[in-house]
Ligand binder design. Structure first.
Ligand SMILES: [Zn+2]
Length: 118
């Protein structure tokens, strides 16, 4: 079974959110090493880096959001954002495409990388 397709922007958001949690977790672990200033400093810096990285990812989402196309999902009748040629609906994970050539075909991530030759 292939993994269920999900919306790209949603996936990146989940990734950014998990970076924040990892950063907080690392800083929290650092508190347990109060007796060792070196370990505590390293874990604080590492946790801080993770949080910086996640804000970078959030910034990146903002940048790529300008390239998305808003469409009505035929499956759930909600407005969703499509990134690239093929993407899944943000609400119901219905595969959607902007390319009429690919309509009705299986959602495949390779369509986003390779330009189809005719
Ligand atoms: Zn939908």
């Amino acid at each position: 079974m292939a993994p269920k397709a999900s919306n790209k922007i949603n996936r990146i958001r989940t990734f950014a959110l998990s970076l924040v949690f990892v950063g907080i977790l690392i800083m929290y672990i650092g508190i347990f090493f109060r007796t060792s200033p070196i370990i505590m400093t390293i874990s604080m810096l590492l946790g801080f880096l993770f949080i910086i990285a996640s804000s970078g990812v959030y910034f990146w989402i903002g940048m790529i959001s300008t390239n998305t196309v808003k469409v009505y999902c035929p499956n759930c009748n909600k407005i969703t954002k499509i990134l690239g040629r093929v993407d899944a609906c943000m609400h119901c994970d219905e595969p959607l495409t902007l390319d009429p050539d690919l309509e009705g075909k299986e959602l495949d991530p390779k369509y986003n990388r390779k330009k189809m030759e005719h």
